[in-house]
Ligand binder design. Sequence first.
Ligand code: IVH
Length: 722
Amino acid sequence: MAKAETPVEMLTQEDAASELARLAEEIAGHDRRYHGEDAPTVSDAEYDALKLRNAQIEARFPELIREDSPSRRVGSAPSTAFAQVQHSVPMLSLDNVFSDEDVSDFVTSVRRFLSLAPDAGLVFTAEPKIDGLSMSLRYERRKLVTAATRGDGTTGENVTANIRTIGEIPQQLPPDAPDIVEVRGEVYMRRDDFLDLQKRMAESGQTFANPRNSAAGSLRQKNPEVTKSRPLKFFAYAWGEASEPLGSTQYDVVQRFRDWGFPVNDRMVRCASLEEMLAQYRAIEADRAELPYDIDGVVYKVDSLALQERLGFRSRSPRWATAHKFPAEKATTVLTAIDIQVGRTGALTPVARLEPVTVGGVVVVNATLHNEDYIKGIGTTRPEGHDIRVGDTVIIQRAGDVIPQILDILPEKRPAGSMPYVFPTECPACGSHAVREEGEAVRRCTGGLICPAQAVERVRHFVSRNAFDIEGLGEKQIEFFFNNDKPALRISTPADIFTLRRRQDELPATLEGSLEKLEKIEGFGAVSVKKLFDAIDARREVSLSRFLFALGIRHIGETNAKRLARHFHSFDTLRKAAEAANIPEGKGDSGNAEWQEIVGVNGIGGIVAEALVDFFAEQHNREAVDALLKEVTPTDEEAIAAVSSPVAGKTVVFTGSLEKMSRDEAKAMAERLGAKVAGSVSKKTDLVVAGPGAGSKLKQATELGIEVISEDQWFERVGREA
Ligand code: IVH
């Protein structure tokens, strides 16, 4: 039986992203077992279903298509024709930004993270973002030994034999190169070479859609002779492991690569200000069509490697770099209808249904309309009076990283007699009042658990893979159980899932009783019923983070659930904190110690904290959780993997003004070293790092006899230079 799945059209962007990540991993695993190990673990039909779901989600969220997406694997050569290579330093991706303002925010966040003085200089490099595929070339004793694709970032494919056929990649480095160095960059195909190749290949009927696919397909040939006949090229722009430092700036290292014989991009420049970065972006954009290869943006990197080191990484991307993508492609089409979707959190989201149109190579049939105001034109960049109506001819845009959107309408094409769109004030799913809170753009259904759109969704979300992961409770089954009119077959809340077996067992042996027997119902049968019950019972213990995520609290997705779970360890502690934080004086700055503790969890800000506190403030939520806790035990989250450092496992509070690092940097460093960072001092605090101006927290620490050290002593203790 299929696992529970949210219908694609109901996925939020966040859900979609996490599901695509999971699908990429899962499908890659199946590919590996099927092709590489000859030991498939799923049927072809199940495999196809996974690929189909991946394709459907990508069709709805083209901006979320991953670099390692199963749909992006080109050519017929299975990825597993190649052995795997473990990257000694992970190959990460880049964050994307789309506007000048985003770039300015990026620069500000870097400056803030490093606590740079306003007049302190900060240099970035700017260079084209090549649309190819990334490659890691490992040299040992100056000889090329391994070439690996990025793969999932941790494990790539060994394509050494094929890479050796690319003439412009050196096989041997000069004597000044270190013993071990991994040079990274992009394998790509020039546009003219691509067109020639298309002509050559047209006869065989096998062609590629664009230079990027062509480069990837050419590299993944089993026979290196085929690769050799393909015009592949390379640009070096990054590196992985190196046995000695390669230089002190990004720019210098790339120049060294050039000296070693690597092709490097001659459009890379250093920029000393935001203005210079943006000017470079515009210059590259203006020349985009003339460049012989495809690019899709400009990459900015902090030039100083010492600063790169301090900035470090987020989970998937470095803090010291970002990609400024070129604007999206546009097209016009006709808006045929506006539908309202009710999300799991009750948000009413208008979706535009469009006459199909191709934008940037992808067929678009839906676009987001964001919210009520967006349709009216309030707060948008559209000229006044350009509200959006059914029947309008609209300009749509598909940007790299956003859902297709409607930018504007063509008023001259508006059909006569069209009417302004009236946003519903009732939930289309349950008829409950849909309200808009002050200052909120979103209108929400107030139906909560009585709203089928939300309740079914909540149950679906609850059993979904990253939550309780209950096999056998798929979409169809949930629809069947949900609000079933027979009490022994009804699931309306998460707790009901866990009482189902008991209610079934207690049915009387009468005719009436047997009508409610699950195994008598078509589509179930004794075997699948037993399997389902066993699957449910297997989840009577789940990790705290899954439990929290499953509750479907606003803003608490997987990542935030993990953050909270790692900090609080047990559900009880978390709940007590959330309940105690709900004091009438309001949360905010003046909140009590519990509130401060919650907002102090790394990555959890006021908005998430408020959602958490509000959740536990609701009577019906507390009841639902209590009912659930009678059936299920959230297991205490393991402490962060034991890192051996002098502060591992310690609870640290930073207070006063820090002079050598920002709060964020301090927090990130402490957490990297295995410490827990708290926002307020309590008996549980092990260490207080106090800068000048420390006040009440310092006083409290002294009273409680907690060790207090200075910022310098902190650096000494963790063995790092300030
Ligand atoms: S730097 C740690 N520079 O973009 C980050 N990447 O979206 C190292 N890419 O996987 C990447 N041109 O395949 C960098 N000039 C450039 C690039 C570039 C293209 C690709 C690369 C990477 C992807 C991230």
